[in-house]
Write a protein that binds this ligand. Sequence first.
Ligand SMILES: NC(=O)c1ccc[n+]([C@@H]2O[C@H](COP(=O)([O-])OP(=O)(O)OC[C@H]3O[C@@H](n4cnc5c(N)ncnc54)[C@H](OP(=O)(O)O)[C@@H]3O)[C@@H](O)[C@H]2O)c1
Ligand SMILES: *[C@@H]1O[C@H](CO)[C@@H](O)[C@H](O)[C@H]1NC(C)=O
Ligand SMILES: *[C@@H]1O[C@H](CO)[C@@H](O)[C@H](O)[C@H]1NC(C)=O
Ligand SMILES: *[C@@H]1O[C@H](CO)[C@@H](O)[C@H](O)[C@H]1NC(C)=O
Length: 343
Amino acid sequence: MDFIMDYAQTFVNSSVQLVNAYPLMASLLLALGTVGSARYCYRTLSVFLQIFLLPGHSLNRYGAKKGAWAIVTGASDGIGKEFAFQLAKAGFNVFLVARNIELLNATATEIATKYSVSTKTASIDFAKCDEAAYEALSAKLQGLDIGVLVNNVGKSHAMPAYLVDTPKEEISDIISINVNATLRVTYAVLPGMIQRKRGLILNIGSFAGAIPSPMLATYSGTKAFIATFTSALAEEVRHHGITVEHINTYFVVSKLSKIRKASVLIPKPGPYVRSVLSKIGIPCGAAWSGRPNTSTPYWSHALLDYLITVINSPGLFISYTHALHKDIRKRALKKLERESKAQ
Ligand SMILES: NC(=O)c1ccc[n+]([C@@H]2O[C@H](COP(=O)([O-])OP(=O)(O)OC[C@H]3O[C@@H](n4cnc5c(N)ncnc54)[C@H](OP(=O)(O)O)[C@@H]3O)[C@@H](O)[C@H]2O)c1
Ligand SMILES: *[C@@H]1O[C@H](CO)[C@@H](O)[C@H](O)[C@H]1NC(C)=O
Ligand SMILES: *[C@@H]1O[C@H](CO)[C@@H](O)[C@H](O)[C@H]1NC(C)=O
Ligand SMILES: *[C@@H]1O[C@H](CO)[C@@H](O)[C@H](O)[C@H]1NC(C)=O
C-alpha cells in the first residue's frame, strides 16, 4: 500500500513540475484530453438515445394506408415472412417473392385474412441466372405503386469451409442470390419510386459484412457488397425522396442461422423486424464508425456493434471468428457422420 502511495505522490509531484515548466504544452494536453473524453461521452450518450428513445421515420411517409405496395424477397420464411406480416399490419399491400409458390400463396392467404390488404406472389429462383425469369418478375412489378422494397433474400454456406473446400456451385449461388438479386430487383423497382418521389429500400446485411469472416468468406464478401452498395445508392437517390438503408444484422432465429432458441443476443424474427421498422433512419450507433446509411436497429445487436467499434481491433475479431468457425465445422461434420451411420 505504502509503495502505491509513494508512487502516486511522485507522479503528482513530477506532473506539477512539468506543468510549471511547460504551461502551454500542459494546457494543450489537458484541452485535448477534455475534448477527447467529451466527444466519447457524447457519442456514447447519442448511441443510447438512438437505441432506446428516438423513434424512426413513420411508414406513412412511404405510402402506408394509401394503397402502396411493399415487395419482400425471400418472403416465405424467417425474417422475410415477418417483414411481409408487419408491413401488411402497417397498411401496405404486400408482394411476396421466393421459390416455393405453394408456401408463398399460403402465406399470402394468411396475411390477407388477418389484415385487410391486397397480396400478390411471384415465384423465382434467384440462384439461376435466368433472364426470362427476371423479365417476368419485372413485368409483374410494373404499374404497381411500390412504396417499400425489402431486399431480404439471402443464402449462406451450408457449413463453414475454407474457400478451396467450398463447392463451386455454392459460391455462385451465394453471389447470385445475395448480390445479383439485390441489384436486379432494385433496378426494376427504382424508376417507379423516382417518378413518385418516394420510397424505402431496406437491404438486409450482416455483421459478417463488417467483420471479415474466415470460412464464410464468400458470404462475408457479399454482405460487405450490400453495405457499400447501399451507401452509394442512398446518395444517388436521396434528392428523389427515397431512403436506402443497410440493416446490419447479428444472429436471428431462423433456418439460415440454424439457431432455434432465442436469447438476449439472438431474437426471433418478430421482435427483430419490429426493431427494423421502428428505427428507419436511425443508425443506432453505426454512423460513428464511418458507415453511412447503415442501421443496427435491434438493441442488443447495436450494443454489441458499438462495443466492437470501440474496441476497434479487427484482427482480434477475425481470428476469433476463424476459431469459432473451425469449431462449428468440426461439429457439423461429426453430425453428418452420425446421420449417415444412422441410415
Ligand atoms: N438469420 C440470421 O441469423 C441472419 C443474420 C444476418 C443476416 N441475415 C440475413 O437475413 C436475410 C434473411 O435470412 P433468414 O435467416 O430469414 O433466411 P431463411 O429463414 O433461410 O429464409 C430465406 C427465404 O428466402 C427464400 N429463398 C431462399 N433461396 C432462394 C432462391 N434461390 N430464390 C428465391 N428465394 C429464395 C426462401 O424461400 P424458398 O426456399 O421457397 O425460396 C425463404 O423465404 C438474409 O439476407 C440473411 O443473409 C440473417
Ligand atoms: C398462387 O396464387 C396466384 C394468385 O395470387 C395464382 O395465380 C396461382 O395460380 C397460385 N399458384 C398456386 C400453385 O397455388
Ligand atoms: C450476375 O451479374 C453479373 C453482372 O451483371 C452477370 O455477369 C452474371 O451472369 C450474373 N449471374 C447470375 C447467376 O445472375
Ligand atoms: C445517408 O447517409 C448520409 C450521411 O450520414 C445522410 O446525410 C443521408 O441523409 C443518408 N441518406 C439516406 C437516403 O438515408
